[in-house]
Write a protein that binds this ligand. Structure first.
Ligand code: M6R
Length: 633
C-alpha cells in the first residue's frame, strides 16, 4: 500500500505535497518523491530513499517552485526501496504516482522494450509512464492517452498523472485502490484518502471503482469505467475525524468491505516477491516445515473460519495434517502436543482471551508459536515466536471483514511456503499459485460489482427469520462465515453447513420461508484454453488439485429446491449456467483459479449480511451484545 497525492495549486506546492505525504506515511515509508512543473511546464522530480525526512532534506538542498505537482510515499512491491524505484516515475512527457499492483506489467514491459523504451526502475509502475508517453508521441491528447493506457492495464490500483507543459491539468484513476478528490478555491487536490487532504480542504468526493477524473484548477470531470460522464457526491469531512473517516460509505463495515482489494493486495505484497512470483516470507522461520508432523490451529469466530480455510490449504499444498479447534475448547481440552510441532493462532485484535490462553498452552507444550495478527503490538503478537502481520489497517466495524480476507491471504502464502519446503509443491506449482494470489485483488474488485443486486435481494432477506448457508471444501468455512456475519449484524438466525451434511438433519428446516445461500464455484473439468484467464484457471487446477464437488453441491441444492427452499446461488459463469435452474437469485462471481475462491467469495456473503442489516436498520458497526475485542472468557 502506498500513498499518493496531487495538487493543482496557485503557489509553490512541494511543501504541501510533503505535508500531505506525512499524513499518508502510515501507508508506506521506504522511499518518497514529488514531481512539479517548473518554469511553466518542465517535469522535475525529487526522490529519496528512506523516510520522508530524507525527501525533505533533498528539497531543502534542491527546492522546487512549481505550483502543480504530485507526490508519493512508497511501500515496495516490485523492486527494492531505492531512489531509482521511488515514485514519481517519469519521461519528459508525463509523470505518474501509483498505488497498487499492475498485474500484466511483465508483458507490457517486454512489448515496450521491444519498441525501444528504456526503463530506469524495476517497478511495475514505469510501464504506465511509457504507455502514456507512447500515446502522446502518437499525437493523442493527455486525456486520450490516459484513456488508452487504462484500457491496457490489469490489476487493482490508483494512479495520478502530471503532464509536461500542462499547468492546468491533472488526471487521476481508481481501480481497486482508493482515490479522493479535494475541492479548494481555484485549487484541486487528489489523495489516497481524506486524511491527506485534510489540511487543504474539507470538501471531498470519492471516486467509485473504475472511475477516472480530469482535473483543472476550476473543474472536475469524472468518468466511469465505460467512459460515461458521472457525478460523485461532494461531502464535508471533519479533519479531526479523518483517521476514522467512513469515506462515502454509511458504515465502517461498508467501507471496510470495499477496502479489501487494496488491503489484501498490500498484505500479499508483504509475503510475495511479485517479480519472481514466489513466496518471500519477511523473516526466516525458527523451524523447518520438513520436520513438522502436524500443525495445531486455533482462533475464535471469524478468525477461526479463516483458520479452517487454512487447514484445507495446508493439507492440500503441504500434505501437512492440521488439527483445528476454537480457542475456547483448545485451551481446556488437554490436547496432546508433540514438542517441536507448530501451533498457529489467528486473531484480528491479538487480544482475544481464549486465543491467548491457547497460545500459552501451546508454548508450555514446546510448540513453535506463530501468530497471524492485525495489531502488531498486541499481546498475542508479543508472545509469539513468529508474527505474520495482516496489513488490513484498523478495522472499526465489529463484524470482521477485511481482517478475514487478509488472514486468508497470509495463510495461503504460509501454506504455499510449507508446500515448497516439504517438496509437495514444485517451483512451477508455486509460481502458478502465487500468480493466482497476485490476481486476487482484481477479482475482489470485480466481485464488488454485484452490490446493486445484493441491495435488491436484501429487501427479501430482511423479512426472513432463518437462513442457511451451504458449501463444500473451502467454501464450507465461507458458508460458516456467511452465517456468522448475517447473525451478528442483522440478528437473523443463520447456520452454515457442509453441504453434504444437509440431509443429516438441517434439511428438516427447509420450507419456502428459508433462504439457502449456496456457495459453489465451478470446479469440474475445463475445456482446453481459450484465453489467458482460462489458461490460468486450468494451470492452477493442476497445482491445487482440488476435489470436484460442484455437482455434489448442486444435488444438495436440488434437494433444497424440491422442498420449496429459496436458493441464492453464488458461483461463476459456468456454475451459474449449470446450476441456476432451481435458484431464486444467482450472484455471479468472476472466473478465477479455485485456490483463491475463499478470498473472493467472502465478498458476496459480507455484502448480503451488510445490506440485509442496513435494510433492517440495525446498528451495523456496533451490533447489540458484541464487542470488537473479546478479552474475557
Ligand atoms: O480479534 P479476534 O480476531 O481474535 O476476534 C475473534 C472474534 O471475536 C471475531 O472474529 C468475531 O467473531 C467477529 N465479531 C466476527 O465478525
Amino acid at each position: 500500500m502506498c500513498g499518493i497525492v496531487g495538487i493543482l495549486g496557485r503557489e509553490p506546492v512541494a511543501g504541501q505535497l510533503v505535508d500531505a505525504l506525512k499524513r499518508l506515511e502510515y501507508r508506506g515509508y521506504d522511499s518518497a518523491g514529488v514531481a512539479t512543473l517548473e518554469n511553466g511546464g518542465t517535469l522535475t522530480r525529487r526522490r529519496a530513499e528512506g523516510k520522508l525526512s530524507a525527501l525533505e532534506g533533498r528539497l531543502e538542498r534542491e527546492p522546487l517552485q512549481g505550483s502543480v505537482g504530485i507526490g508519493h510515499t512508497r511501500w515496495a512491491t516490485h523492486g527494492k526501496p531505492t531512489e531509482n524505484n521511488a515514485h514519481p516515475h517519469a519521461t519528459d512527457k508525463v509523470a505518474v504516482v501509483h498505488n497498487g499492483i499492475i498485474e500484466n506489467f511483465r508483458e507490457l514491459r517486454e512489448e515496450l522494450i521491444r519498441e525501444g523504451a528504456t526503463f530506469g526502475s524495476e517497478t511495475d509502475t514505469e510501464v504506465v509512464v511509457h504507455l502514456v508517453s507512447r500515446e502522446l508521441k502518437r499525437g493523442q491528447s493527455p486525456v486520450d492517452a490516459v484513456a488508452a493506457t487504462l484500457g491496457q492495464l490489469r490489476g487493482a490500483f490508483a494512479l495520478a498523472f502530471l503532464f509536461a507543459g500542462e499547468t492546468d491539468l491533472m488526471i487521476g484513476a481508481r481501480r481497486g485502490s482508493p482515490l479522493a478528490i479535494g475541492y479548494g478555491e481555484g485549487r484541486m487536490y487528489l489523495g489516497s484518502d481524506a486524511i491527506a487532504l485534510a489540511p487543504f480542504t474539507d470538501r471531498v468526493s470519492y471516486l467509485d471503482d473504475g472511475d477516472w477524473v480530469v482535473l483543472t484548477h476550476d473543474s472536475v470531470a469524472v468518468r466511469d469505467a465505460d467512459g460515461k460522464a458521472v457525478e460523485r457526491p461532494v461531502i464535508k469531512t471533519a479533519a479531526s475525524a479523518a483517521l476514522i473517516d467512513k469515506g462515502n460509505h454509511k458504515h465502517f463495515m461498508a467501507k471496510e468491505i470495499h477496502e479489501q482489494p487494496e488491503v489484501v493486495g498490500h498484505t500479499l505484497a508483504h509475503y510475495i516477491d511479485m517479480a519472481e512470483e514466489k513466496i518471500d516470507l519477511p523473516h526466516a522461520l525458527p523451524f523447518d516445515f520438513k520436520n513438522l508432523k502436524r500443525v495445531s490451529l486455533s482462533a475464535c469466530g471469524t478468525a477461526y473460519y479463516a483458520g479452517l480455510v487454512g487447514k484445507y490449504w495446508f493439507e492440500r499444498f503441504a500434505r501437512l495434517p492440521v488439527e483445528i479447534d476454537v480457542a475456547s475448547e483448545f485451551r481446556y481440552r488437554d490436547v496432546p502436543l508433540d514438542p517441536g510441532n507448530l501451533a498457529v493462532f489467528v486473531s484480528q485484535s491479538g487480544e482475544t482471551a481464549d486465543t491467548l490462553a491457547s497460545l500459552r498452552y501451546a508454548k508450555e507444550h514446546q510448540q513453535h508459536v506463530l501468530s497471524v495478527v492485525n495489531v502488531p503490538t498486541s499481546t498475542i503478537a508479543r508472545e509469539s515466536d513468529v508474527v505474520m502481520p495482516t496489513l488490513a489497517g484498523p478495522e472499526i466495524g465489529v463484524a470482521s471483514t477485511k481482517a478475514f480476507t487478509c488472514q486468508l491471504a497470509v495463510l495461503a502464502c504460509l501454506a504455499i511456503a510449507a508446500g515448497r519446503a516439504r517438496g509437495t509443491l514444485s517451483r512451477e506449482d508455486e509460481r502458478i499459485l502465487v500468480r493466482a494470489l497476485i490476481e486476487t485483488p482484481r477479482h475482489m474488485s470485480e466481485a464488488l460489482a454485484i452490490e446493486p443486486q445484493v441491495e435488491q435481494l436484501a429487501h427479501t432477506l430482511a423479512k426472513c427469520k432463518d437462513a442457511l448457508y451451504l458449501g463444500r471444501g473451502t467454501s464450507f468455512p465461507i458458508a460458516l462465515e456467511g452465517a456468522l456475519k448475517l447473525k451478528e449484524i442483522s440478528y437473523i438466525h443463520a447456520e452454515g453447513y457442509a453441504a453434504g451434511e444437509l440431509k443429516h438433519g438441517p434439511i428438516a428446516l427447509i420450507d419456502e420461508t428459508v433462504p439457502v445461500v449456496v456457495i459453489a464455484p465451478y470446479d469440474q473439468g475445463f475445456e482446453k484454453t481459450k484465453s489467458n484467464l482460462q489458461d490460468m484457471v486450468e494451470l492452477s487446477r493442476r497445482a491445487y488439485r482440488p476435489a470436484a464437488v460442484f455437482e455434489k453441491t448442486v444435488s444438495n441444492m436440488q434437494e433444497v429446491a424440491a422442498r420449496g427452499g429459496q436458493i441464492i446461488l453464488i458461483s461463476d459463469p459456468k456454475g451459474v449456467a449449470e446450476g441456476a435452474t432451481e435458484s431464486l437469485v444467482t450472484l455471479t462471481m468472476p472466473e478465477m483459479p479455485l485456490s483463491v475462491t475463499p478470498l473472493v467469495y467472502a465478498i458476496p456473503i459480507q455484502l448480503i449480511a451488510y445490506h440485509t442489516a442496513a435494510v433492517m436498520g440495525t446498528d451495523v458497526d456496533q451490533p447489540r451484545n458484541l464487542a470488537k475485542s473479546v478479552t474475557v472468557e
